[in-house]
Design a binder for this molecule. Structure first.
Ligand SMILES: Nc1ncnc2c1ncn2[C@@H]1O[C@H](COP(=O)(O)OP(=O)(O)OP(=O)(O)O)[C@@H](O)[C@H]1O
Length: 208
């Protein structure tokens, strides 16, 4: 489960963000919606520990993440938080499969090859696994991103517009897969989106 209380943040003195408290239970999905510039991505980055709040709390199960030292936060994030960011950061010289395996090795010291193949197959990428990321379409890269975020069975999955570059069929597949895996692995799934297709699919939402 992930909860926040009185979360505030500012990039500079001109703009202060004050976010509503949120709660997402394990196995559930919460959408974060809101107009452009309202701070949706900023909130997701706070939840993932990529930014530090100026005040307030973020709790994942029993851990208050803003109180962790940078090295403990890195280790915690690797094991417990799966992030699907808008931009994919791949190691371009490694195959799709090795990029996913790398995420397991960095977090746990083990190479979860079978699990990586299984996830990539579920995401309809079994014929792409030996290609380089740059040889895939944007939508395919986004699905590799999702496999990489899920490889360590995270407690929390944070996804920034995971379906916006996908056609209707793939948007449906990706949304169902994220929600099913979150439910199966008892992860809390938080999705930032503008995508009307997701708004009609998931009813639990906060609007910034
Ligand atoms: N690194 C940064 N430094 C300074 N200001 C930033 C930075 N990143 C974002 N901002 C500003 O913070 C505000 C919120 O940005 P954010 O990306 O969180 O909004 P958003 O709701 O996700 O928007 P969109 O829907 O357009 O992606 C914007 O005004 C943006 O210009």
């Amino acid at each position: 489960m992930i909860t926040t209380q009185n979360l505030q943040f500012s990039y500079n003195s001109k703009q202060n963000f004050s976010f509503p408290d949120l709660k997402c239970e394990s196995g559930n999905t919460l959408l974060i919606t809101g107009n452009s510039g309202k701070g949706k991505t900023t909130l997701l980055h706070l939840l993932g520990g990529l930014l530090t709040p100026t005040s307030g709390n973020i709790q994942i199960d029993d851990t208050e993440i803003s109180k962790l030292s940078p090295s403990k936060l890195d280790a915690f994030r690797g094991k417990n938080i799966g992030m699907v960011l808008q931009k994919s950061y791949f190691v371009e010289a490694l195959s799709v499969l090795d990029n996913v395996i790398l995420a397991s090795w960095l977090a746990t010291g083990k190479k979860a090859k079978e699990k990586a193949i299984q996830l990539l197959t579920q995401l309809d990428l079994e014929n792409q696994i030996h290609k380089l990321p740059a040889q895939l379409s944007i939508g395919q890269q986004q699905r590799v991103n999702i496999a990489r975020a899920l490889i360590n069975n995270p407690k929390v999955i944070l996804a920034d517009e995971p379906t916006s570059s996908l056609d209707d069929d793939n948007a449906q597949i990706v949304a169902d897969l994220l929600a099913n895996l979150a439910s199966k692995h008892k992860a809390a799934l938080i999705i930032v989106t503008h995508d009307q297709r997701l708004k009609s699919k998931f009813t639990n939402a906060i609007n910034l």
